[in-house]
Design a protein around this ligand. Structure first.
Ligand code: NAD
Length: 364
């Protein structure tokens, strides 16, 4: 089985953490007799330097002829956003790719590893219980894209408006993704809405309940978004899959990420209807630490693992990477973003090598 992977490291720490993800994928090739061909392409500021645009045609062509896209991160320091090179680097590259490929399903796992409990901002007794949540966010519809949107009038009568709109088809396809994911996990979907106030969300709830009937083995419960925001901090272990529309998913997935303790740990997948996907870390290009060799590569490595699972169906390989990460954390190795008493701080390369080495040495 040969798979072509478009590799877009991007800017800042992107190339540093991407190198570690490829190291891990190389070991996966050895262990599982797979064949990966990496097609490197530019995105963000790196693409701007060569082509004067953030998402050049050459990069799109490479992505189109690949089986999956492994993305790093793009963008420069916040203070440099007035420069053409950095202004809209993220919007043009990421939204450009989402739009071009119709990546409508965003999967963001947020897991609190037992070894990292003390790094979480949650109360110690809550963190000790750990959690393993998958936020499934609808990515191409809802209020972010609904029309009409705009401003009208002037002075005190000036107003601004957006439209929250979801079609039955849009809700059904993202709900199916959530239920199918739940089947491979703890078989529970919590569907987030605001059905007490918004008509769109009454409809959302109705359609999710229709889809739930096709998955009798999966428990489905609705929850208002304001309650979900609280429950994430009070009792996160109750959640398995959280199914959300675009805006609620945007907010809750960041909250779920924050309670794990570090942005450098969180992978994500964005998928199309036929399983084609783009896989990327939850964080940005971290210009404050770029070039220092201290970035945490785990989010990028786990993004590559999600690619193995969701685009290539290599579930065992996904588990092998996840086990390696957990073993290295249990052994007390940490990058500088996670400071914990009694742990050994290592750089990006050493963390990547330790995880990659475990792939071969673990049994099963
Ligand atoms: P950021 O996520 O890059 O950094 C926020 C903080 O988290 C920083 O202190 C950074 O050092 C830390 N951090 C992030 N990832 C880390 C890792 N792997 N290891 C250790 N520490 C890590 O967010 P920002 O500073 O607000 O944005 C910087 C640039 O990144 C901006 O240009 C922004 O537009 C862009 N950005 C890109 C993406 C993307 O490409 N997907 C996402 C978010 C932000």
């Amino acid at each position: 089985m040969k798979k072509i992977i478009a590799v877009l490291p991007g800017d800042g720490i992107g190339p540093e953490v991407m190198a570690e993800a490829l190291k891990v994928l190389d070991r996966i090739q050895e262990k599982y007799a797979a064949a990966f061909e990496y097609e490197h392409a530019l995105a963000g500021g790196a693409a701007w330097d060569k082509h004067g645009e953030h998402l050049p045609q050459e990069t799109l062509d490479i992505c189109r002829r690949s089986d999956a896209i492994l993305f790093g991160s793009v963008g420069g320091a916040v203070r440099d956003q007035h420069q053409a090179k950095w202004a809209r680097a993220e919007v043009n590259s990421l939204l450009g790719l989402r739009k071009t490929f119709g990546l409508y399903a965003n999967l963001r796992p947020a897991k609190l590893y037992p070894a990292l409990a003390s790094a979480s901002p949650l109360r110690a007794d809550t963190a000790k219980k750990g959690f393993d949540i998958l936020v499934v966010r609808e990515l191409t519809g809802g209020i972010y894209f609904g029309e009409p949107k705009g401003r009208r009038g002037e002075a005190e009568s000036e107003s601004a408006f957006d439209t929250m709109i979801y079609s039955r088809a849009e809700i059904k396809r993202i709900a199916h993704i959530a239920f199918q994911a739940a089947r491979t996990r703890r078989k529970k979907v919590t569907s987030i809405d605001k059905a007490n106030v918004l008509t769109t969300m009454v409809f959302w709830r109705e359609v999710v309940e229709e889809v739930a009937k096709e998955y009798p083995d999966v428990t489905c419960e609705p929850m208002y978004v304001d309650n979900a925001a609280q429950q994430l901090t009070l009792r996160p272990s109750q959640f398995d899959v959280m199914l959300c529309g675009n805006m609620f998913g945007d907010i809750l997935s960041d909250e779920a990420a924050a309670i794990t303790g570090s942005l450098g740990m969180l992978p994500s997948a964005s998928l199309t209807e036929n399983g084609f996907g783009m896989f990327e870390p939850g964080g940005g290009s971290a210009p404050d630490i770029a070039g220092k060799g201290i970035a945490n590569p785990i989010a990028q490595i786990m993004s590559a693992a999600m690619m193995l699972k969701y685009s290539f169906g290599m579930n065992d390989a996904y588990d092998a990477v996840a086990r390696s990460v957990e073993t290295v954390l249990d052994a007390g190795y940490r990058t500088a973003d996670i400071r914990q008493m009694g742990c050994k701080t290592v750089g990006t390369e050493e963390m990547g090598s330790r995880i990659a080495d475990r792939i071969i040495s673990q049994t099963g």
